[in-house]
Design a protein. Structure first.
Length: 199
């Protein structure tokens, strides 16, 4: 039951975009089409989940026992950059059109604060995330990372679907683009806040 609560909280209650405001640059930049938003969501899901698992293992079994946790941010960034490079090579190899559509936002996953934030939250700030538990298990970390990344993918996909629908309606010139997108994101955030009452 605890793992279900962690997953639900990560996806809906503590959504990385709408509640923590991490990763807004690719969220606003790639969410104009459902296809590119879904691809970005899948890429971010892969990077967040696997880089968090590796970062947790390095932090727990190497950095913490040797009292060199001050290196954690640098190590996490190197792990994240490695996974982003793998995703970028894979997409470039198998779908050049998708690679072109994602453009500059694909390498920006490396600097996406959502990815680094999850790695730091599950290691350095674990007591805040896991209800006072300073030593979460690998399963808890994996479920949290997967939940956060699925929440990211869900929100970016829903947001892109809404933006595609809005493009068919006449919107005043001053409200087009980022202004109406931010208002839409605000309304989505209010809806997601309601999930906090369930947990």
């Amino acid at each position: 039951m605890e793992l279900i609560a962690i997953a639900f909280g990560a996806i809906f209650v503590n959504n990385v975009i709408l509640q923590q405001f991490y990763g807004l640059c690719p969220f606003l930049g790639v969410s104009t089409k459902k296809s590119s938003a879904l691809s970005m969501g899948m890429a971010v899901t892969f990077v967040i989940t696997f880089s968090t698992i590796i970062s947790y293992a390095i932090y727990t079994y190497i950095l913490k026992p040797n009292d060199i946790t001050y290196l954690s941010t640098i190590v996490f960034i190197l792990v994240i950059a490695s996974f982003v490079q793998l995703v970028e090579m894979f997409i470039k190899r198998f779908s050049s059109s998708l690679y072109s559509a994602l453009g500059v936002y694909l390498p920006l996953i490396t600097t996406n604060c959502a990815v680094l934030g999850v790695a730091i939250d599950t290691t350095v700030n674990s007591s805040k995330i896991f209800g006072g538990n300073e030593n979460p298990t690998l399963m808890m970390v994996t479920i949290y990372a997967l939940g956060i990344s699925l929440g990211y993918a869900l929100v970016i996909f829903l947001f892109s679907a809404i933006r595609e629908e809005m493009s068919a309606y006449p919107i005043k010139r001053n409200w087009q683009g980022i202004p109406i997108a931010l208002i839409t994101a605000f309304i989505m955030a209010m809806i997601f806040i309601g999930f906090g009452g369930i947990v």
